[in-house]
Design a protein around this ligand. Sequence first.
Ligand SMILES: Cc1cc2nc3c(=O)[nH]c(=O)nc-3n(C[C@H](O)[C@H](O)[C@H](O)COP(=O)(O)OP(=O)(O)OC[C@H]3O[C@@H](n4cnc5c(N)ncnc54)[C@H](O)[C@@H]3O)c2cc1C
Length: 475
Amino acid sequence: MELDKQVLKELKDAAGASGWTDDPATLEPHLTEWRGLFRGATPIMLAPASTGNAAEILRICNTHRIPVVPQGGNTGLAGGAIPGQDSGQPQVLLSASRLRKVRETDTNNYTITVEAGCVLAEVQAAAARHGLFFPLSLAAEGSCQIGGNIATNAGGTNVLRYGNTRDLVLGLEVVLPDGSVFDDLSALRKDNTGYDLKQLFIGAEGTLGFITAATLKLFPASRSSAAAWLAVESPQAAVNLYVQARRRIGDELVTFELMPRIAIEMVVDAMPACRDPMDAPHDWYVLLEVASAREQASMDEQLSEFLAEHMEAGLVRDGVVAVSESQRSEFWNLRHNISEAQKHAGASIKHDISVPVSRMPEFLVVADERVRAEVPGIRPVPFGHLGDGNLHYNLSQPEGMEAEDFLALWGRLNEIVHTLAVDMDGSFSAEHGIGSLKVDEFERLGKPVELELMRSVKRAIDPHNIMNPGKVLRV
Ligand SMILES: Cc1cc2nc3c(=O)[nH]c(=O)nc-3n(C[C@H](O)[C@H](O)[C@H](O)COP(=O)(O)OP(=O)(O)OC[C@H]3O[C@@H](n4cnc5c(N)ncnc54)[C@H](O)[C@@H]3O)c2cc1C
């Protein structure tokens, strides 16, 4: 995999002396997807330290038709940031990791302007230093970058109240494939001047341009919050509880996560530091969080009252309200360690589906029936953001089955689960994107007019198909 020597020199010059590497050991962690599903190759990784340098790199690549794969923290779960997977053509890796500045915080306007390579936790911390709050939060926040979050339109645990990343972006700066800069770092909440072009780049997974900076919405920090770990009888009971919680707690309900017993058993078995907060086992659990920016709010009291009422009515079987930050973290550790613990229970096949919240119980019944009919002994482990209608419908292999035999069923199980989600007015890719992983499924399940419109947009912005070719769409 070689690039022309003169072009390579031009690219190195554009990135600057410490802005590139071709050292195999340094490149290694950038070439494998987080779950190990994809492995790629590249002749060079370029890491520009300014928008101008990134623009020069893309101009050179466009002139010489060199494919470019943008990469942030490489925590994406769809293989979108991995270069050179069976393309036969050298693909340049374009990292945002040196674009790390917080350019401006406007506390009166409740906005922050950051460069794309800022790690999500740094953006949260920068807001907190001003007593404000940036609500995007996910388990990978210590390593994913805000540019990657925008490129994937990440969801996470606060979507119920604050929306997806898309809802948090006011302005963007993006280098287009030809090296020109789409400079729209607007800090306006109202601006109806023509098409809202920045939306095209949010969730485009690096196929339309390289995001270099963003202006984001901030919010008042919460003054009072509370978390509860609840046991419920079934997903339907969880949905009923969710409806009650929204009615009673309103916008102060921040998180509503669902987990089955099997997920908690897997975590507790695999991770000795994690423990079940309840003495007796229950079939389903909800992790619920409330928060308020109001001065006099006493959220733990409000949550305890809500809980007592619904335990009396029988909707909640048991419940624990966190009495300390460390107990709250214990709840979240159980939730966040499910994927990791599943690895200890053999091979698993994962899905990231959404359906309207009201239809989730039906989805779970039908999906379980269908996958069990296909693979007797299969162990469904559905968990996640019930309040957003988004669950990770993960399937662990039957005990005693060879991992390889189970993984050979990947396509068939995807087909069953994805088709069901789409038939129930849902999505087969709720928050992780398409990347390389779901290109075939997108071709199969995407609406023809929608796919064609996307191809037209791709051709218009990237006529030489240099930006992350092969990801998201077949053009
Ligand atoms: C433990 C764990 C938990 C997770 N939890 C969640 C969750 O709750 N919700 C959720 O939505 N996701 C979750 N994810 C997935 C992942 O963290 C998100 O998709 C995240 O937004 C990716 O950011 P990144 O910087 O790592 O991007 P990368 O993985 O580097 O890239 C992802 C995609 O964005 C493109 N890209 C990256 N940077 C840029 C840029 N500057 N310009 C243009 N394109 C770019 C890449 O080409 C690629 O297609 C989780 C992942 C892990 C490992």
